[in-house]
Design a protein around this ligand. Sequence first.
Ligand code: MG
Length: 309
Amino acid sequence: MDGFPAVYRMAGLPERVSVYEVGPRDGLQAEAAIVDTATKIEFVRRLVDCGLKTVEATSFVAPSRVPQLADAAEVLAGLDLAAARHPVLVPNERGLDRALAAGAREIAVFVSATERFARENLGTDLDGAIRLAEPVVARALAAGLGVRGYVSMCFGDPWQGAVAPAAVAEVVGRLAGLGVQRFSLGDTIGVGTAGQVGALLAAVDRTGVTRDRIALHFHDTYGQALANVIAGLIEGITEFDASAGGLGGCPFAKSATGNLATEDLVWLLRGLGIETGVDLPALAEVSRWLGQRMGRQPNSRVVTALTGR
Ligand code: MG
């Protein structure tokens, strides 16, 4: 044992997986303690140095809504956009204007799979949320930017409970119709279980959006994230979202555990002999460093285990 798991392959799994790092955006937006701009830039740069090729950098959300990310333009300006992919979240056209001015090359839009969440979180219905995304996607594509669509609440909704795979597929199909290229299907409250993953993907298949355009975004709120990753791998998915050090709680479940920790994901993939290009000990060190800066412990079993060795 040298800080890595022994490698045992499982038949039928992909050889290589892309880790889509969301800590600086999805993680930090859920953290109350404000992190200064220089630390955010250093955090993203250090993540890239660990071998992460895609690090979502920030969100051009209204600063009044998420004060933590008010410095989105400054953060993006501090990054080397040639060294790695740094998508940014864009909630509306105003956000797109700011993202374009800041030189963003890839954006992500955000839509819920459920009516109820759209109402509670965005103050509109599902149609309204898609109408809001439409000009953002069109203008981003016209400007030559890549566009990812986050679909939240794909496995359950905090207000309405169960979410039908067909409802998720319908939203994916509508976003694909707008020109969205890639999708991240999110288990925003972490309630999904392994069998649900295949059911959801089978429903999405019927939209014509192929699985090479789908990423899965699991939360570990109920301890199911890695089991669901295995299910996704078996289904042929090759991109998974994760957050360094498990940064970001779950704002809707009021739980301490939210985003799947990147270190936990990489440990599993490494043990399966699946290439990610990520330097695990270096990544754990980055999470410890940020944790010290923020006065919090990394929320990753792997970081905790490696630290205690
Ligand atoms: Mg998340």
